[in-house]
Write a protein that binds this ligand. Structure first.
Ligand code: EPU
Length: 416
């Protein structure tokens, strides 16, 4: 199995062109199924999760190929409404094909994607949203069989602004008769990117003043093109890499407005941040400061996916920082690995208390999940000696050219 090996201590200094966002590309790829035509998805990152989505699309009968940075999907030849267990299990986001299959075929058979590294991840909210559109469900010994004679627009009230449930509801409602209103919907930039794609394909989706989303469905869709937004979580990862090494970084091809809550905490830690139209510059102080309490929240709050990287930054900061995780139940498993490197972290339920230490030491550690794995790399860059990160498949799910980008900025890092 591959490892990432880091010899810590080098200063990160340079520029990186940001990849497209995984969490924007995946729902758009799922949504291509409803159009029955050709979709060109520009700036689509080359990631193992994207490969999983391509495998599902090809299984369903789509023609998929790469053209430079774009992925072209032709869904005119979809001929299946089921996704086998092995493809479902490859990634959690396989559940996003549910709304798309219901919309396209009027039926879908999938197994539950189940829980994962971050704690229980049920799909009850996805299911109840689809039921509001007239979908029925039979659980046939673990195979979830969804069907609908005719999708009808309706009022969907989400109990919490689930990103995935909002995406499934948007995709299915785009194929429903009449208008659907999704209340308490998620409003992450990735959701807006999906809406832009669905509208380009012919759906009629608007944000109402109150924040609800109105969706007017269609029976016919157009061929269309979309550009995947830059990955704000990857941006925060590279910012943390520069920050822990006292370095400086220029990130190109990003939307600074997607990073407002993140930038606030980097600034509190003593970093100088300059946001330009499509780029962002960060210069780190010699010694980082602890920040106010970090509470993760839905967008525009502090993103749960950026918290592990900020936590790694705080390990050598002056003082104590308290983190509160409000989205996932079991997000702190990676902190056990950071402790092997000498970090002073105490976890109590959804709270983690990090007190700065003078030095971190390289160790043999294991990625426990995607962002937790990235947090280990951040720590490895500022640790004394060699860090070996195992189970890097998690990291490759979300980061394109991770080692190469950091190496080009001065890191001693390689995949072996
Ligand atoms: N939840 C339920 N029932 C549901 C759906 C969600 O209880 O039916 C709970 C979850 O268990 C979780 C919370 O609601 O505790 C939020 O889940 P949400 O549905 O918002 O998250 P998701 O759609 O599963 C996406 C991202 C995650 C990101 C979260 C939160 C994708 C492919 N994944 O997951 O990204 O952490 O939103 O922003 O978009 C990552 O990229 O590393 C990652 C985990």
């Amino acid at each position: 199995m591959s490892q990432i090996v880091i010899n810590g201590g080098n200063t990160i200094r340079g520029s990186i062109n940001l990849q497209g966002a995984k969490n924007a590309a995946l729902p758009i790829l799922a949504a291509t199924v409803i159009t029955g035509g050709e979709s060109v998805i520009h700036n689509c990152p080359r990631l193992s999760d994207v490969t999983c989505a391509i495998n599902i699309l090809r299984h369903l009968g789509c023609l998929v190929y790469r053209e430079g940075d774009a992925l072209v999907v032709n869904s005119s030849t979809v001929d299946k409404d089921y996704i086998p267990d092995d493809l479902m299990n490859d990634m959690r986001s396989s559940v996003l094909f549910l709304g798309a299959l219901i919309g396209r075929c009027g039926s879908a058979k999938i197994s539950s994607p189940g829980g994962c590294e971050l704690g229980p991840r049920p799909i009850d909210i996805h299911i109840s949203a689809l039921k509001k559109l007239g979908v029925t469900l039979i659980d046939n010994n673990g195979v979830l069989e969804f069907s609908s004679d005719s999708l009808q627009g309706g009022d969907i009230v989400l109990p919490l602004p689930s990103v995935g449930a909002t995406e499934n509801a948007l995709i299915a409602a785009s194929c429903a008769k009449g208008t659907t209103v999704i209340k308490n919907a998620a409003r992450e930039p990735e959701i807006c990117n999906l809406i832009k794609y669905l509208n380009a394909a012919g759906a009629g989706i608007t944000f109402l003043k109150c924040g609800d989303i109105s969706v007017t469905g269609r029976t016919q869709f157009n061929n269309c093109e979309i550009t995947v937004i830059p990955d704000r979580i990857v941006a925060s990862t590279y910012m943390a890499c520069a920050a822990v090494t006292g370095g400086e970084i220029l990130l190109n091809n990003l939307c600074p407005e997607h990073l407002i809550s993140v930038n606030e905490y980097f600034a509190k830690s003593g970093c100088l941040i300059k946001a330009y139209q499509n780029s962002l510059y960060l210069s780190a102080p010699k010694k980082l400061l602890s920040t106010d309490q970090v509470r993760t929240h839905y967008y525009p709050g502090f993103p749960t996916d950026s918290a592990p990287m900020l936590l790694s930054m705080m390990i050598k900061a002056s003082g104590t920082t308290v983190f509160t995780e409000n989205i996932f139940q079991n997000r702190y498993r990676y902190t056990q690995e950071l402790k092997k490197m000498g970090a002073n972290i105490s976890v109590y339920g959804k709270t983690a208390i990090v007190t700065g230490v003078k030095n971190l030491y390289g160790a043999n550690v294991f990625a426990t999940d995607l962002r937790g794995g990235a947090a280990l790399a951040v720590a490895g860059l500022c640790a004394k000696g060699r860090t070996r990160i195992n189970k890097i498949g998690y990291i490759l799910r979300g980061y394109e050219d991770f080692c190469e980008n950091l190496k080009n900025c001065g890191a001693d890092i390689k995949e072996v």
